[in-house]
Design a protein around this ligand. Structure first.
Ligand code: NDP
Ligand code: MG
Length: 426
């Protein structure tokens, strides 16, 4: 595949903007991928493989998976990468030396390393924020503060930082999360929902849809990780089973589209064909339908205002393993069950409380899901731990990134303390 030279990558290019006002990018988008070794990161790599003339991956941040990162470095030859810590850097260097492909990028470490990756290269570098968890906030904010466009998959950035990110940096944020991309597309490539009556976020309902609390008591991590429609990283997959993911998405939507919680509705739609919709004042709904493939919302974010020919244009092959939506299912809709899946209610309440509550919800959720995956607590222990943390923290106002990081740390420490002191409760 035709990789671009470094000289090509550095070429200045106008920022793509919203439809109508936007210039079409002159050359390939230079992408810095945060979370390169993850599921959304993999979708970005697939697009870069399929469309080297449209996107080039020039910088990558990962955590611990240095084996995967080594393969990506050899394939895409980025200028800059970052990994979790010193030992990962040592191992990556060793693997690259053994691989013998003769390319070694600058390797940075830790949260600062991710920021370096986000700020590397020319100003018109687009940053794909696809790290999982609150760890995504710092590099996302660094990119936005420097005036860089951010393709945002990391919903936690807005859950923690929506109050200071959106008022200041709205024009730089492009949604990648599929529901938010669906709403963005239904609004014609805009975040302006001022004429909209309601935003309707669809949810698959996860693997335990229709189950009661008695059943949920004893479900295993393996069962929770078997998502019916999407293939994703472990945290978001478990969050899809508890409906915490949908709750985080409600908070994400409130910030992205600047609408009140009263105007956001969650609707379970098990077939995952409609990715979300907007309802206008005249009762008309605009929905977005498509395959469950993150390459679609990602390519929309990168290509705006043009769509990329993922299905294959004249004489071109379709993107690998990508096909049109099959009209082979009846579409069903039902209300979410907030009794059996209290994480959705907890998130909606935390969102309405505002301040630090969403950050507390998220941090407790991260600690709880990690403990569930280690088989230390049960599935219903996840909402219990979140609820306990929310009852003690969350009143702070998060007006700066430092506030958000502090609230996140406090909530994590409290969740860990609760797990130590009263494990049997969860
Ligand atoms: P994955 O678990 O598949 O990947 C997470 C990525 O983040 C990996 O590259 C991982 O590195 C990296 N990472 C995690 N923690 C750190 C850290 N402390 N420092 C550096 N790197 C870190 O997650 P997903 O791709 O599924 O999700 C990523 C984000 O996108 C989440 O916020 C999720 O909610 C959102 N999202 C995901 C969707 C999906 O389809 N997967 C859909 C919509 C939104 P490593 O593995 O090397 O340790
Ligand atoms: Mg989503």
């Amino acid at each position: 595949m035709g990789l671009k030279s470094r000289a090509d990558r550095g070429r200045p290019r106008p920022l793509p903007g919203r439809s109508g006002e936007a210039a079409v990018p002159a050359g390939p988008v230079r992408l810095a991928v945060l979370g390169a070794t993850g599921s959304v990161g993999g979708a970005a790599m697939s697009l870069a493989r399929g469309y080297p003339e449209r996107v080039t991956v020039a910088a990558m941040a990962a955590g611990r998976n240095v084996e995967r990162l080594k393969d990506l470095v050899e394939e895409f030859r980025p200028d800059v990468v970052s990994v979790k810590g010193e030992s990962e850097r040592g191992r990556l260097l060793e693997l690259l030396r053994e691989g013998g492909k003769g390319h070694c990028p600058e390797i940075f470490i830790g949260p600062e390393g991710m920021e370096t990756v986000a700020l590397s290269g020319p100003e018109d570098t687009v940053v794909l924020s696809a790290v999982s968890g609150a760890a995504g906030l710092r590099p996302t904010w660094a990119a936005l503060a420097a005036g860089r466009k951010v393709a945002l998959a990391n919903k936690e950035s807005l859950v923690l930082g929506g109050d200071f990110i959106m008022p200041a940096k709205r024009r730089l944020v492009v949604p990648v999360d599929s529901e938010h991309s669906a709403i963005f597309q239904a609004l014609g490539g805009s975040l302006d929902a001022s004429g909209v009556r309601r935003i309707i976020i669809t949810a698959s309902g996860g693997p335990f849809r229709g189950r009661d609390r008695e059943y949920l008591k004893s479900v295993s991590p393996a069962e929770a990780l078997a998502h019916p429609s999407w293939s994703m990283g472990p945290k978001i997959t478990v969050d899809s089973a508890t409906l915490l993911n949908k709750g985080l998405e409600v908070i994400e939507a409130r910030h992205l589209f600047q609408v009140s919680y009263d105007r956001i509705k969650v609707l379970v739609h098990p077939q995952s064909v409609i990715h979300s919709m907007v309802e206008h004042e005249d009762g008309q709904l605009i929905a977005q339908l498509g395959p469950c493939d993150m390459r679609a919302p990602l390519s929309y974010a990168l290509g705006l205002p043009r769509r990329w020919p993922l299905l294959g244009a004249a004489g071109e092959k379709p993107l690998e393993n990508y096909g049109p939506l099959a009209f082979d299912r009846e579409l069903a809709f039902e209300e979410p069950d907030r009794k059996s899946f209290p994480c959705l209610r907890l998130a909606e309440e935390a969102g309405r409380s505002g301040g630090g509550a969403p950050a507390v919800l998220n941090a407790a959720g991260e600690v709880a899901v990690a403990a569930f995956l280690r088989c230390e607590i049960g599935f219903l222990g996840i909402p219990r731990l979140i609820s306990d943390c929310l009852s003690q923290l969350g009143a702070a106002r998060l007006l700066r990134i430092e506030d958000a990081l502090e609230e996140d740390l406090k909530a994590r420490a409290l969740a860990i303390k609760f797990l130590k002191e009263r494990r049997e409760k969860y």
